[in-house]
Ligand binder design. Structure first.
Ligand code: BGC
Length: 763
């Protein structure tokens, strides 16, 4: 028997985190205001609202065209863009971060136009504050999203959102282009670190929590910002692995894997969305009427607005070739359901506005579509309070960069860093002689990665003052007299491709001889988007060579991975005494790592992805049985270095006595599953209790192997036992059948927590 789709929708709706569900983001009062505002707008003003330019367009430049530092907004350019063309939005460009004073100047000028009644509509300013307000000097920088996902702690994700929103508002900004909700299922992709990992449930829970933190529980007040769901949808799985190249994702997997994070975010009340700059199943993201209009807006009821990614109406013409002219590109995108175009330069924006006016005047874009787009944009502006003339000017933000905020960032790093191997070498002992080495050991840029002070994040001079590299922190913890340093190898960019080279191996060997332990920091050069494209997932050969050199000394090697993607390290796993995945842990990463390595804190991070062993064998934990055929090495397709959800601790947890409230599920039933978890080790610790369900047989399509359906992160002091319970409902058993419909089938299911397993029957 099949159960209907509506049941599934109902269950999804009830599983909310922050806002009351099925509640419109708007109100009758706002809609009334919108009617009034729209009725007074000219075509030109409406078109201007759909146009977004960069801050660069507005800045004063010298006679050679270079932006003058410290930056100053050019009133003439503001007049042209905001008053003459009625441009509705400005976005940040990432050349470097600004101090709060600079931000105050920018915001004062940009918003001044509306305040001084020179324009009827306020500007909405957007920024990529993706791991803290990474473009404001002194802001609190957190782990990148992949690290946040590794905490498996939605409370921390919410706190991250709150701190970031607060500090974004302290910078005078109301709109954050975050979170990325694309699923991390293509580890070659340069933006893997911006995702919340490979699992739709984990990513949905963490994504909702971030959005709740950004937008606030009771609506966007002076300490919150509008979130932007990125990048709707399918961007993260380019077949080639290279950024902004085509993805092929069959409908079944769109529904089961790639759409749920966005749907959950819409239900969470996310106010804006940014569109996939790539191509999905042969259709450019920006030309996909079905996804943008039919799914996102009509089926899911999204009432906010959709902004394009960088120059994407142009790309429809120049790259994707679905539009013969620039104007056709604009028409295609707006008619597909795009509301605002990230244009973003000059004189492009003047051309955009002119072409858009022509397109509406000649009927290629209907007045209704234009009005709908403008209504959505103004709705968000009203919700954000941008029409209020004082714009919270009087409010100061004393908690900006405060100790309390820093502590939250430190906690996030502590709970994210993941212990993958430990052969009795960690925790390190005080007094041991340490050789610190490796390309990512000696500069904070490696801990932050891209989107840190600059777009690509590779410039050390912008590092946050007072925050430490791994080398500095280990030297502080171990005592400088106990530490030696040898670079060993370095990472650099050859054109845009990352490469590495060995540096003074003799120095390395000599210092290794004099040490008790080698801390070897490997990983990746900061990068994102096209500059982050790589040709192989294998870690660069010279880094592997350095690890082998270290291992050949006979000294214990603690491998620290500072990387946005899981790079293949198979050859050096066995002989490493310990391996720690740090991801990109942010400004407090070194401090967290030091505390963990020396046992002042316990590890509790768990991998949010399957860590591949071979670059030719990328599979995911929820693979169907046919991926493995059987469990022999020869036929095993899922053979990761480490499994999704894996991570060690300094203590041990024992799972026992799994029990179900019922072994059968009938119409309308739910089953409570309970399991005991005991800390049987010698340290206090935190454990992520993960519940997976698998369907034994499905007749319409093959069943997935197992899927994560719930998790809880618990604190357990040594010797303590806790009973953890989860509820299984029918929603956990649905899948997409061969006709593309959500169904469930009767039969036997397994529920699996830790090493505990039970089966139940669905009647
Ligand atoms: C990226 C977006 C980002 C935008 C604005 C684009 O190139 O794909 O993720 O929000 O730039 O900086």
């Amino acid at each position: 028997m099949k159960f209907p789709y509506t049941l599934f929708t109902l269950f999804i709706t009830l599983s909310s985190f922050c806002v009351a569900q099925d509640q419109s983001i708007s109100s009758p009062h706002i809609e009334k205001q919108l009617n009034m505002l729209l009725s007074k707008m000219t075509l030109k003003e409406k078109v201007g609202q759909t146009c977004q330019i960069t801050l660069d367009v507005l800045l004063l430049r010298d006679s050679s065209g270079t932006v003058i530092e410290p930056i100053r907004v050019d009133p003439k350019k503001v007049d042209e863009a905001i008053i003459q063309y009625g441009v509705g939005s400005v976005l940040n460009v990432g050349w470097h971060s600004l101090g709060l004073d600079d931000w105050a100047h920018v915001m004062e000028t940009v918003h001044g136009v509306y305040k001084n009644k020179k324009s009827k509509t306020p500007i909405i300013y957007g920024i990529d504050a993706i791991h803290g307000v990474n473009y404001t000097v002194g802001a609190t920088l957190f782990p990148q999203e992949i690290g946040l996902a590794a905490t498996w702690n939605p409370k921390l994700a919410k706190q991250f959102g709150e701190v970031t929103a607060y500090e974004t508002r302290a910078s005078g900004i109301h709109w954050n282009f975050s979170p990325v909700l694309d699923l991390g299922r293509q580890p070659l992709w340069s933006r893997h670190f911006e995702t919340l990992g490979e699992d739709p449930y984990l990513a949905s829970e963490m994504g909702k929590a971030i959005i709740c933190g950004y937008q606030g529980r009771k609506g966007v007040d002076s300490e919150h910002v509008a979130a932007c769901m990125k990048h709707f949808v399918g961007y993260s799985n380019p077949k080639s692995g290279r950024d902004r190249t085509p993805a092929w994702i069959p409908e079944k997997y769109m529904q089961e894997l790639y759409l749920p994070t966005f749907k959950a975010a819409v239900q969470e009340g996310a106010l804006t969305v940014m569109i996939n700059s790539g191509v999905l199943n042969g259709i450019p993201g920006h030309a996909n009427y079905h996804l943008l209009t039919e799914v996102l807006k009509e089926e899911w009821g999204f009432e906010g607005f959709a902004v394009s990614d960088w120059e994407d109406f142009l790309m429809l013409n120049t790259i994707h070739r679905t539009a013969e002219t620039t104007k056709d590109g604009i028409i295609q995108a707006i008619n597909a359901g795009l509301d605002m175009s990230m244009v973003p330069n000059s004189p492009q924006y003047q051309e955009y506005c002119t072409l858009m006016i022509e397109a509406v005047s000649e009927g290629s874009i209907s007045n209704e579509r234009l009005d709908d787009a403008v209504r959505r944009i103004l709705r968000v502006k009203l919700i954000l309070g941008l029409y209020e003339k004082n714009l919270n000017q009087a409010k100061s933000y004393p908690k900006f960069g405060s100790e309390a905020h820093q502590k939250t960032a430190l906690n996030s790093a502590l709970e994210s860093i993941t212990l993958l191997k430990n052969e009795n070498i960690l925790p390190l002992k005080k007094g041991q002689k340490i050789l610190i080495s490796g390309p990512t050991s000696n500069d904070l840029i490696f801990l932050n990665g891209a989107w840190s002070h600059t777009w690509q994040g590779g410039i050390s001079e912008f590092n946050t003052v007072g925050r430490k590299s791994i080398r500095e922190e280990i030297e502080r913890m171990a005592g400088k007299e106990n530490c030696l340093f040898s670079q060993g190898a370095e990472l650099y960019l050859n054109e845009t491709f990352e490469e590495s080279r060995i540096v003074d191996s003799e120095d390395f060997k000599t210092k290794a001889e004099q040490s008790d332990v080698i801390i070897l920091c490997l990983g990746e050069y900061p990068s994102t988007e096209k500059p982050g494209d790589i040709r192989s997932l294998n870690l660069n050969p010279e880094q592997i060579e350095l690890a082998k050199l270290a291992q050949a000394t006979g000294k214990p090697v603690v491998l620290i991975l500072v990387e946005g993607r899981p790079r293949i390290i198979r050859e050096v796993v066995e002989k490493s005494s310990a391996i720690v995945q740090a991801y990109l842990p942010g400004d407090f990463g070194a401090e967290a790592l030091g505390k963990l390595l020396y046992g002042e804190e316990n590890f509790s991070g768990k991998l949010p992805y399957s860590y591949p062993r071979y670059d030719g064998q990328i599979e995911f934990y929820d693979h169907p049985r046919s991926v493995d055929r059987d469990n022999s090495n020869e036929f095993k397709g899922y053979d990761p270095q480490w499994d999704f959800g894996y991570g060690m601790s300094y203590t041990d947890f024992e799972y026992s006595d799994i029990r179900l409230s019922n072994n059968e599920m009938n119409e309308g039933d739910s089953i409570v599953v309970m399991v005991d978890v005991t800390n049987i080790g010698k340290e206090d610790g935190k454990e992520v209790v993960q519940m997976y369900i698998s369907d034994h047989f499905a007749s319409s399509v093959i069943p997935t192997g197992k899927s994560l359906k719930a998790f809880k992160k618990i604190n357990l002091s040594k010797g303590m036992k806790k009973t953890v319970s989860f509820v299984i409902t029918k929603k956990d058993l649905f899948f997409i059948d061969s006709k593309g419909e959500w169904i469930i089938e009767q039969g036997t299911f397994s529920v699996n927590i830790g090493n505990q397993i039970k089966t139940f029957k669905l009647n």
